[in-house]
Design a protein around this ligand. Structure first.
Ligand code: SF4
Length: 375
C-alpha cells in the first residue's frame, strides 16, 4: 500500500441539513457500535503509519464518547509523531468531555462545521446549532488545548447581502482560527434546498453578488494573514490542511467506511454507501467496494491537472512531468490557449520562459470551467 493518507468516514449526523448531499444518516447507537467495530477491526489489519489521518463525515463527534474513544485509539495507532490527525466536529456535539477525549487520543487538528454565525442563515440551512454555540465551540476548543482549529463557512444564501456576509466574516475572524474554508452555497440535486429552488420558494442570489462575497473573503482574509492556498481554503502560515493537499496533488489515499473512496496505484474505488449494507457485507465477508475503476495513465494525468489547478500555486510543468510522465504544455495545448484567451489562467514564468500555469483572479471565480477544460 502506497497511500500516506487515510480517510475514515463516519456516516452519522444528529439531523440532516437541508443542503447536504453527503452520505449520512441520523445517528443510531446500535448501528454506530457495529459500524465502529468494523472500522476498528479494519484499522487493526493495516500495518503502517500514515502522514495524515482524517476522520470526517457525517459528524464524527455525533458518536457517543465511549465509541469515539474506541475509534480514535485505533486510528491513533496508525499515526506517528508527525501525523496530521484531523477530526471533523459540529458545534452541537462538542463538549468538554469529547474535546478531552479527542486531545487525549492525539487529535491535533479540529475542523468545526460552524457554517455561519448568523442565526437566520443557520435556520435556513437546517443546522441544529445556533450562532452562539458556533462561536462558543471554537473558543472552548482553544481553551481545552487545540492549537490548530479550522472552521467552515457558507456564503451566498438567498436573501443574504454582501453587507451581512462582511459582518459575519469579520466576526469569524475574531475567533481563534488557523484555517477557514469558505464555500458558496450549491443547490445539490435531491436535497430539500434543491426542491425549494425548483418550486421557486427560494430564489438564488445573483452571480455578481456571490462573486463580490467571494472576492471580499479573499481580500479580507489575506489582510488578516490567511493565505489562500486553494479556491475555498485559507490558512495562517504553516496551517494548510496537509490531508486535503494529498487530494489536490492526486496522490494515493485509503478510505475506510461507508461511501469512502480510495485511490491506489491508479485504481479508484468506492465503498457501498448504505450503512446497513456496509455492515451486512462485512459480516458476510463480501467485498465492501461498490465501484472500482482503473484509470489509464492519460486519465490520471488529466485528473491531476484538473485537481491541481484548484490550488493557488497552480501547475508547475516540471512537477507535472514527474508526477504523471506527461508534458503539460503538449497535453493541454488547446485548453491552455482557450483558457488564456478567456483570461482565466496565466503563465508562471522564469524570465520569459513559461514554467507553469495558475488561475487568474477571474479563474478563481470560474474554477469549475477551468477544471472541466483540462479534463
Ligand atoms: S452535519 Fe454536515 S454531513 Fe451532517 S447533514 Fe449537516 S452538512 Fe451534512
Amino acid at each position: 500500500m502506497h497511500a500516506k493518507s487515510l480517510y475514515i468516514h463516519i456516516p452519522f449526523c444528529r439531523r440532516k441539513c437541508l443542503y447536504c448531499d453527503f452520505y449520512s444518516i441520523v445517528y443510531d447507537d446500535n448501528l454506530a457500535v457495529s459500524y465502529v467495530d468494523i472500522i476498528v477491526s479494519q484499522l487493526g489489519s493495516i500495518e503502517k503509519k500514515f502522514s495524515t489521518v482524517y476522520i470526517g463525515g457525517g459528524t464524527p463527534t455525533s458518536l457517543n464518547r465511549r465509541l469515539l474513544e474506541r475509534l480514535l485509539k485505533a486510528a491513533r495507532l496508525k499515526c506517528d509523531n508527525e501525523t496530521e490527525f484531523t477530526v471533523e466536529a459540529n458545534p452541537e456535539s462538542i463538549d468538554e468531555e469529547k474535546l478531552k477525549t479527542l486531545l487525549d487520543c492525539g487529535v491535533n487538528r479540529l475542523s468545526i462545521g460552524i457554517q455561519s454565525l448568523d442565526e437566520r442563515k443557520l435556520k435556513k440551512l437546517g443546522r441544529i446549532h445556533d450562532a452562539a454555540k458556533a462561536a462558543d465551540s471554537v473558543i472552548l476548543a482553544l481553551r481545552r488545548g487545540f492549537k490548530n482549529i479550522s472552521a467552515d463557512l457558507i456564503f451566498g444564501l438567498w436573501s443574504e447581502t454582501l453587507n451581512s456576509w462582511q459582518k459575519e466574516l469579520d466576526e469569524a475572524l475574531s475567533l481563534p482560527l488557523k484555517h477557514l474554508s469558505c464555500y458558496s452555497l450549491t443547490y445539490e440535486k435531491n436535497t430539500p434546498l434543491f426542491f425549494a429552488l425548483q418550486n421557486k420558494s427560494v430564489e438564488p442570489l445573483e452571480d455578481e453578488t456571490v462573486a463580490a462575497m467571494y472576492e471580499y473573503a479573499i481580500e479580507r482574509l489575506s489582510l488578516r494573514g490567511f493565505k489562500q492556498y486553494e479556491i475555498s481554503n485559507f490558512a495562517k502560515e504553516g496551517f494548510e490542511c496537509r490531508h486535503n493537499l494529498t487530494y489536490w496533488d492526486n496522490l494515493p489515499y485509503l478510505g475506510l467506511g461507508a461511501s469512502a473512496v480510495s485511490y491506489e496505484e491508479g485504481v479508484r474505488s468506492e465503498n457501498i454507501s448504505s450503512v446497513h449494507d456496509f455492515i451486512k457485507r462485512y459480516t458476510e465477508g463480501r467485498p465492501l467496494e461498490e465501484f472500482s475503476e482503473k484509470l489509464s495513465p492519460l486519465k490520471r494525468a488529466k485528473e491531476t491537472a484538473a485537481l491541481k489547478i484548484r490550488t493557488k500555486e497552480g501547475i508547475d510543468f516540471g512537477w507535472f512531468k514527474s508526477a504523471t510522465g506527461y508534458d503539460f504544455p503538449h497535453l493541454e495545448k488547446k485548453a491552455i490557449s482557450a483558457l488564456l484567451a478567456k483570461g482565466l489562467i496565466k503563465y508562471k514564468k522564469e524570465g520569459n520562459v513559461p514554467t507553469g500555469i495558475a488561475l487568474r483572479h477571474k479563474g478563481f471565480l470560474f474554477c469549475d470551467t477551468v477544471s472541466s477544460a483540462l479534463l
